[in-house]
Design a protein around this ligand. Sequence first.
Ligand code: DGI
Ligand code: FE
Ligand code: FE
Length: 192
Amino acid sequence: MGYNRQQLIEAVSSQMPEKRWLHTQGVMDTAVKLAEQYGANPEKADLAAILHDVAKYWTVQKLEEVLVSNGYQGDLLQYDKPLWHAEVGAIVAERDYGITDPEVLDAIRYHTSGRVGMTLLDKIVCLADYMEPGRDFPGVNNIRELANHSLEEALIAGFDSTISFLITRKQIIYPRMLLARNDLIKQLEANS
Ligand code: DGI
Ligand code: FE
Ligand code: FE
């Protein structure tokens, strides 16, 4: 318990290859900037970003064991394994690193799929994960442009890109991501 920021950084970076740590640093910088721009708490954005991919390189067996041993009741185990590290990240942030702030834990938990009713911090961490400077996929520059004026529009473009990618690869789409995307569109309509 009681890890300070530097200790967290050491603990997290030691569990991943260099390139993933560089990605994490990009997410930290981007999430802090977005938090300042959109009026969220930058310290919370930084903390969630540090931890968001902590379990990315854990084995499938370990991820499953954490979910099962923590009595996980959701539907993730029926969906693809690349989704599991987000929920496990939130569990280990609390259990192993003493993070208690539910906003930070949720931003980690929903960073891959989003959810209906995303908080400002959820949106910032999820979007920072899409647009950090190291990301290079078709459409990423459009997402960065959209982020200058709308978190929701940028996130929708991010989810659309993931969904299109999964469709071209004939992969299963986690329904929560579709629900999160639809909810963001409703939020935009409500504000227009
Ligand atoms: O962990 P990162 O690579 O930084 O980013 P992420 O947490 O957004 O995870 C992205 C990975 O998860 C990527 O390989 C695509 C995959 N993914 C995201 N949503 C879905 C998914 N895979 C499947 N099969 N279904 C999904 O709905
Ligand atoms: Fe991730
Ligand atoms: Fe990430």
